[in-house]
Design a protein around this ligand. Structure first.
Ligand code: ZN
Length: 118
């Protein structure tokens, strides 16, 4: 495949490095939004069960709620990582300001701290 470079767009190598991570983050964001929507519909489904089933459902919804809360938190982390990529501030440790090594970002794309500060 031929690669054509646009001369009006200077090649930013650091942005190019994160394009893989960015699509990874977008995938993860999509998955989590789908999961959150599923949890949401599971929680709001009106049931016609008897009390026994209703009790089981209540237990389930507690589990679902905590999964939901985690999912929402992750969605926020992914969104802010994507925003940082857009702004060019992605991949910098929020504690010490040092660049986070790319292998760590590939393993944990929404990491905001380096290994030392985690
Ligand atoms: Zn650090």
């Amino acid at each position: 495949m031929m690669r054509r470079t646009d001369p009006s767009q200077p090649v930013n190598t650091s942005m190019a490095d994160y394009s893989q991570i960015k699509s990874q983050l977008e995938d993860q964001l999509r998955q989590r939004i789908e999961r959150a929507e599923k949890i949401d519909s599971d929680l709001s489904t009106p049931g016609e069960q008897d009390w026994q089933e209703r009790a089981t459902e209540l237990e389930d919804s507690e589990v679902l709620s905590s999964v939901g809360a985690m999912t929402v938190r992750e969605i926020e982390q992914i969104k802010s990582a994507l925003r940082q990529i857009e702004e060019g501030s992605y991949g910098v440790c929020i504690h010490c300001g040092q660049p986070i090594p790319t292998p760590r970002l590939e393993a944990l794309p929404f990491a905001t701290t380096c290994v030392r500060c985690q």
